[in-house]
Ligand binder design. Structure first.
Ligand SMILES: [Zn+2]
Length: 458
């Protein structure tokens, strides 16, 4: 889709490496008609919109007052149909949570009106949180899954959309009839995305065995074959809950480990996204590293369902690639900013047992939320930062400057208050710890404005 050339002027911040932020207080980024970054200027003095190529007529978008541009967030694991249950989990743990809360809700997506209402809402909501790319699990239903792909396309969110495959240990009222129908229906959803987005510019189908216990050796092998034949990404869960791990051991006695169940099925590849990975053994970590499969860390969900504390530092030190996932509705929040905060806090709980090295910094959590996530979804060449050639998947963050005479709250400004003595690093930390969607003024995907706070005018 062609858009007007646009020049974004103001501070921009991105993650340079896992530990370092790149802070440019006076930046200028030019985005071409295809939504690609055409130039990045970092120096205020002598900074001038380049002449020629029509840049002199470009639209200008400036940071007003305080704020900065930041790369869009990447949610590497979210269950779109579970959105109405966000916050509803009581004291359940994984297996009873699935039966009590999740399967009854997901089964209602046989009704397209229900699917439309909820899917429109979850895409709009995650965009408002600055999530420019989301890896969605849908349900078993073909029409509803196709509708989710349509909604992502229409609303402009970069998305991976997976029809969930499940026929074992699932209730009679909500499951695939057989391995054959699971494959047939998954292929139908893949074909639908090919029709609406042939090059997978925005929406990509993703092969989605729910988890080992929902499948069997035969269906996992069939999905592994499909994954490799079509060269499409895949996603599933691994090692989330101790009881689940025990059951996998019982039901797949021929496998050496949980990771080996996926390895044997040909699913452990660089294009596989494994969610949770809390209770991995060292051998499993080494196997996942060797296959270059990716990890989605879901700290809010892991705490909510008392699943455990994932050892993120150990996984990073072992060379695994990690991103963040909200895992709605095991996770209560659809905000990756909140998830970054949870990642930092869970790492502190790990540190209480294992020492300070386990602590994640704000910078590290933001890296997982952007560049780390981009690697997890295989789009590190297109998104996650502000280099020339990348897509303008970005958010404008607004901060409230509290002047010397200001005594009243400005409700429209968002919760991050700047008193004037803060460094840029301080401001980023304040955003991570005290910010929310009220701080997200505007969001772009591929140069297209996909969300704007009320009152924001370009
Ligand atoms: Zn999940």
């Amino acid at each position: 889709m062609s858009q007007k050339k646009t020049v974004y002027i103001g501070p921009f911040i991105q993650c340079k490496t896992l530990t370092d932020l790149d802070i440019c207080p006076n930046g200028m980024i030019g985005v071409d008609e295809g939504g690609r970054i055409a130039f990045v200027l970092r120096d205020e003095r002598g900074r001038k919109i380049p002449e020629g190529d029509g840049w002199e007529d470009a639209k200008i978008v400036r940071i007003q007052d305080h704020g900065f541009f930041f790369p869009g967030f990447i949610d590497t694991h979210i269950h779109a149909p579970q959105y109405p249950n966000a916050g509803i989990f009581g004291k359940s743990t994984l297996l009873d949570w699935l039966n009590t809360y999740t399967f009854p809700l997901e089964s209602s997506f046989a009704d397209l009106a229900t699917a439309s209402r909820i899917y429109n809402r979850v895409v709009a909501r995650t965009l408002s949180h600055g999530t420019t790319t989301a890896c969605y699990y849908a349900t078993v239903h073909v029409p509803a899954t196709n509708l989710l792909a349509d909604i992502c396309q229409t609303r402009g969110q970069r998305a991976f959309v997976g029809r969930v495959c499940m026929h074992e240990m699932s209730p009679e009222y909500y499951r695939d009839e057989s391995v054959e129908t699971a494959l047939r229906d998954s292929k139908a959803c893949i074909e639908h995305v090919r029709k609406i987005d042939p090059e997978f510019d925005l929406v990509t189908p993703i092969i989605t065995p729910r988890f080992a216990l929902s499948c069997n050796t035969e269906s996992l092998a069939a999905l592994g074959k499909l994954h490799r034949e079509l060269d499409l990404p895949a996603q599933t869960h691994i090692s989330e809950n101790p009881r689940e791990c025990d059951l996998v051991r019982d039901l797949f006695p021929e496998s050496k480990s949980y990771a080996d169940v996926y390895e044997s099925a040909g699913l452990l590849t660089p294009k596989m996204i494994l969610a949770h990975a809390i209770h991995l053994t060292e051998e499993e970590t080494a196997l996942i590293r060797a296959r270059d499969a990716k990890i989605s860390h879901c700290p809010a969900s892991n705490t909510a369902l008392t699943s455990g504390r994932a050892k993120v530092r150990k996984m990073l030190n072992a060379g695994l690639n990690l991103g963040l996932g909200t895992d709605v509705s095991g996770g209560y929040t659809s905000s990756i900013l909140a998830e970054a905060r949870e990642a930092v806090f869970v790492s502190r709980h790990v540190a209480m047992d294992e020492g300070d090295e386990a602590k994640l910094s704000v910078e590290e959590a933001l890296y997982l939320a952007t560049r780390g996530g981009a690697k997890v979804v295989g789009l590190e060449d297109r998104i996650g930062g502000f280099e020339v050639g990348k897509m303008w998947d970005a958010q404008m963050i607004g901060l409230e400057a509290v002047g010397p005479e200001t005594t009243e709250l400005d409700q429209s400004a968002g919760p991050v208050e700047v008193f004037g003595k803060e460094t840029w690093d301080d401001l980023v930390a304040k955003w991570v710890y005290t910010g929310d969607d009220r701080s997200t003024t505007a969001v772009w995907v591929g140069g297209r404005l996909v969300h704007a706070k009320e009152g924001f005018r370009l």
